[in-house]
Design a protein around this ligand. Structure first.
Ligand code: NIG
Ligand code: FE
Length: 417
């Protein structure tokens, strides 16, 4: 049992389904509340100390986490990462700083294909070690659950190797990973002249193998002009569904590719990026149940003027989640506080809307809304203690790491020095 006391505030969205419209910004802020976690790692109590004393007693044998006047929020859920990669691309980054675009680099054989070359060369254990190092950093910045995609293998063996690395990395690490098959991230060089055959390979071999070996929960596609068309994406995602992998997709990142419409028509869990989503795309998402995962770190790191229309999405009633997109090319960060900062200062979301997006809605986009994403009794005790007098400081005090401690499944797994 764990008692978290001496808090100035507990700040959390509420519920187990995605919050949309005005509800996206509804955050419960409880001054001076305490939180008790039971031995099963669940939240057993949230409320004032007097109520806790009356209901549960003094709890003399409980472990204590002194909040030192800080703020408790739900652990961040990062629902879009490309975690298990090898190699780095700082030279490309420098080229981009000098004016070359991400697409020009990709067309010249760099970009995703460069990471495919280094990831194919790496062994499974090496990939797991690299992923774990990134997960240590995630935890340091308050992430307790993350999605992790393959997509730098682009062959049966190498995609499965990445997925096995994801499974290994999450064993014995406090950060929970939810695995996604992204074999349709790019067409590998050896299939450039017969892309149809690569899509056949994905649908007929890679998807069935990943599903049969229980290595993936979701299937994703990079639906984008010059990568996979909406029709090709549909083929891959439908193959996923036939094998029990739920769909989510990279949609309308650089150009309107009909990705949002496709997500809506498939009932996907999420449509991600949406920097170039059309009005029709927004309309299709509204009421479809699809969660829009925005990745402002990517727009920032690619120095894009065009940003995802967060305010229009909220106004249309589309629930928004936030993610890092953690990858070596377009967004090299593990930090959800950084993403929240950008969501507020660049996308125009409020701090409360962003908190919901980075916790409850992100959990819902992974099918985990009943388990994670809010501080309510019965949910898993995944919590972050901020060294801050209230939740507004999450953005107001920027460029620092605000995380004082992290609780995962009721255990204190990290304390800042
Ligand atoms: O989400 N858009 C496609 N995939 C990644 C980038 C991956 C890379 O550049 O290695 C993204 O931005
Ligand atoms: Fe991505």
């Amino acid at each position: 049992m764990l008692l978290i006391h001496n808090l100035s505030e507990v700040a959390t969205p509420e519920g187990s389904t995605a919050r949309r419209g005005a509800e996206q910004g509804r955050v419960r802020r409880l001054r001076g509340a305490e939180v008790v976690c039971d031995d099963a790692g669940r939240i057993a109590f949230v409320g004032p100390p007097e109520d806790r004393l009356r209901r549960l007693g003094a709890l003399p044998e409980a472990e204590r986490l002194d909040g030192r006047g800080g703020t408790l929020i739900p652990g961040f859920v990062d629902p879009h990462t490309h975690l298990p990669w090898a190699g780095t691309r700082e030279e490309e980054f420098v080229a981009r700083l000098a004016g070359t675009t991400y697409q020009e680099i990709a067309a010249a054989g760099g970009g995703i294909l460069s990471t495919v070359r280094s990831t194919r060369q790496a062994g499974e254990e090496e990939l797991a070690t690299l992923a774990r190092r990134r997960m240590d950093r995630m935890l340091e910045w308050g992430t307790t659950t993350a999605e992790a995609k393959s997509g730098y293998g682009l062959s049966l063996e190498d995609e499965l190797k990445q997925l096995r690395a994801i499974r290994h990395a999450s064993e014995n690490h406090p950060v929970d990973l939810v695995p996604t098959l992204l074999a349709a991230h790019e067409v590998p060089v050896e299939y450039r002249k017969e892309r149809e055959r690569y899509i056949d390979l994905i649908c007929e071999e890679i998807v069935p193998a990943a599903a049969e070996q229980r290595l993936a929960r979701f299937c994703d596609v990079f639906c984008e002009h010059g990568v996979f068309s909406a029709a090709e994406s549909r083929r891959v995602l439908e193959a996923g569904v036939r094998h029990g992998l739920s769909p989510r997709l990279h949609a309308d990142e650089f150009a309107d590719s009909g990705g949002a419409e496709l997500a809506a028509s498939l009932g996907a869990f999420s449509a991600d990026h949406l920097m170039a989503v059309s009005e029709a795309g927004i309309e299709a998402l509204a009421g479809s149940g699809v969660i829009a995962i925005l990745l402002p770190g990517t727009s920032f790191f690619l120095m894009k003027k065009q940003l995802a229309p967060a305010r229009r999405l909220v106004a249309a009633g589309v629930p928004i989640a936030l993610a890092t997109d953690c990858n070596p090319g377009s967004s090299h960060t593990e930090s959800m506080p950084m993403v929240v900062l950008l969501a507020v200062l660049q996308l125009g979301l409020s701090i409360e809307e962003s908190l919901t997006a980075a916790t409850l809605n992100a959990a819902c986009s992974l099918g985990l809304g009943g388990e994670a994403g809010s501080i309510e009794t019965g949910k898993r005790a995944d919590l972050v203690l901020l060294d801050a007098p209230n939740v507004l400081h999450l953005v107001y005090h920027y460029g620092i790491n605000p995380v004082a401690a992290v609780v995962k499944g009721g255990r204190v797994v990290r304390r800042a020095a």
